[in-house]
Design a protein around this ligand. Structure first.
Ligand code: NIG
Ligand code: FE
Length: 406
């Protein structure tokens, strides 16, 4: 009796990225993958399988991986910061530029002035660039509006992205990105505005899954961040946090106390705070693009995170100020070259652990029951995905079992 399915790919090597596999990359050689109703029906050895597919593809010994997941971006924004880049090259630091009223706030000015259509058009272009490399799920943060209307507009644009492109989008409310100019000497009042007004409006509209905060000297203090976490819990929104990027404020341990799904950046994380992350099952998101672009020197405590078994995700942090990087494969390369992740860890970071950083239980692995988001690559080994820079692109991509045309 043969089993009906919608799509069958045969003659293919699978980098399943399954957690419990004893093979590197969860590899299955000369396997096949079957899809039914948007889900993976079977991923494994071809023997003893008898499928009756509506559509069959010969994989020709190429590799299938889960669709890539970029779990940290700020890709909706107006303007750009090329002139700030020039300034930094003349020796002015990112923090100094921010203190002078530039930095995130200059993008806030440009974003407030941009129409919804202009924001959608530019965000669509950036998302498409990610997708050309096999990204099938993108997290997008607000945080360049910093007032009720513009934050809602950004989240609305993020929602529209999912209709403009065949891509899964997860959206995050980052009202606590920086203190806007109108609250310059009243940051606590701005935190109250976020907690009492903007966040409840975001929650009521159901347009964000996560709340994020930039806990940093040029962002929000731990006490202010804690208020944001408490408000997130009241509004039933999951928590993420930008922590320990430029200094150690103990933001990671604080976020873990509030069951943060992920903590991101972590260059200045003290190894003694890692226990709190493993206890809370919090994912550590590595953002080597920002490290590279800001020419940082302090490395995140990768060895200690690895030893503690904390899942490490890798993302682009695509944003105009600290990481104008629209390439998750390049972020994976940087995670290896700069942070010394292995290519297998980098791929897990952009698949299984990226999914975990977004609380998406059905994505990031090739296994029965998972969403049928995957990529077919003309490579000889999955390490090639981290090895090159602009050297490979997927031959084909499927999302929810549908072939993607870009
Ligand atoms: O993840 N750290 C805060 N947010 C961004 C930077 C945003 C910007 O500079 O516009 C980041 O690095
Ligand atoms: Fe960020």
């Amino acid at each position: 009796m043969s089993t009906h399915c919608d799509l069958l790919i045969t003659n293919v090597n699978l980098a399943t990225m399954q957690k419990d596999s004893h093979q590197a990359y969860g590899a299955i050689y000369d396997g096949c993958l079957a899809v039914k109703e948007g889900k993976i029906l079977f991923a494994g050895k071809a023997e003893e399988q008898d499928f009756a597919p509506k559509n069959a593809i010969d994989g020709n010994h190429r590799w299938l991986t889960p669709g890539l997941i970029d779990c940290h971006t700020h890709l909706v924004y107006g303007g750009n910061r090329a002139q700030e880049f020039e300034k930094r090259l003349q020796g002015v630091s990112y923090e100094e530029i921010s203190k002078q009223g530039g930095g995130i706030n200059s993008t806030v000015t440009a974003t407030r002035a941009a129409s919804e259509q202009a924001l959608l058009d530019s965000a669509t272009k950036r998302a498409r660039r990610l997708m050309l490399e096999g990204v099938t799920t993108i997290e997008v943060k607000s945080g360049y509006g910093l007032d009720l209307n513009t934050e809602l507009r950004m989240l609305d644009v993020t929602k529209q992205l999912e209709h403009a492109l065949p891509v899964n989008v997860v959206s995050t409310f980052l009202g606590a990105h920086t203190v806007p100019p109108e609250y310059k000497d009243a940051s606590d009042d701005y935190v109250s505005l976020i907690c009492d007004k903007i966040m409840p409006a975001v929650a009521a509209q159901g347009i964000a899954s996560f709340v994020d905060v930039f806990c940093e000297g040029i962002g929000f203090s731990p006490a202010q961040s804690e208020k944001i976490f408490q408000a997130a819990a009241r509004n039933d929104l999951k928590i993420k946090a930008h922590v320990e990027q430029l200094s150690d404020l103990k933001g990671a341990a604080l976020a873990a106390k509030y069951h943060a799904v992920s903590v991101d950046h972590l260059e200045y994380l003290n190894p003694e705070d890692i226990l709190a992350l493993s206890a809370a099952n919090t994912v550590a998101v590595m953002l080597p693009g920002a490290f590279y672009f800001l020419n940082e020197k302090q490395l995140p405590p990768i060895n200690a995170l690895r030893e503690a078994g904390v899942p490490m995700a890798v993302a682009t942090d695509l944003n105009p100020g600290s990481s104008p990087l629209a390439s998750l494969l390049t972020a994976m390369n940087m995670a290896c070259t700069l942070f010394k992740l292995t290519p297998e860890e980098a791929l897990a970071g952009a698949t299984r652990h990226g999914a975990q950083a977004l609380a998406l239980d059905n994505k990031g692995q090739l296994a029965a029951g998972f969403d049928a988001d995957f990529c077919l690559w003309d490579i000889e080994h999955p390490a090639e995905l981290s090895y090159g820079i602009n050297l490979v692109k997927p031959d084909d991509v499927w999302i929810g079992g549908e072939h993607v045309h870009l």
